[in-house]
Design a protein around this ligand. Structure first.
Ligand SMILES: [Zn+2]
Length: 98
């Protein structure tokens, strides 16, 4: 399943086209009864597929919400000597209060 995510849109498109051709070839060989049955099964498969896709999207949204992007830390500099401050109250280079 995860591998499908690595496919480019072109590859996906090709796979879809091939799947459609295969399905059409299969349908052409079927009796009308078989065809009707196959179409019903296909509809069910598609529904299941969409449900699992929706679940994937929901999961991804949940994960994204659980790990919000870190706020970009604005670099601070000592007002006295200009050295990069490392988060303390005083400059590590000159000791000036930050
Ligand atoms: Zn300093």
């Amino acid at each position: 399943m995860a591998n499908n995510m690595d496919l480019s849109p072109e590859e996906l498109e090709k796979m879809l086209e091939k799947a459609k051709r295969d399905a059409q070839a299969l349908l052409d060989r079927m009796t009308p009864e078989e065809r009707a049955r196959a179409l019903t099964q296909t509809d069910q498969l598609i529904e299941a597929d969409q449900a699992s896709m929706q679940k994937l999207i929901d999961d991804a949204a949940r994960v994204a919400a659980a790990f919000p992007p870190k706020e970009k830390e604005t670099p601070k500099f000592c007002p006295n000597c200009g050295a990069a401050a490392e988060g303390g109250k005083f400059c590590t280079y000159c000791g000036s209060p930050l």
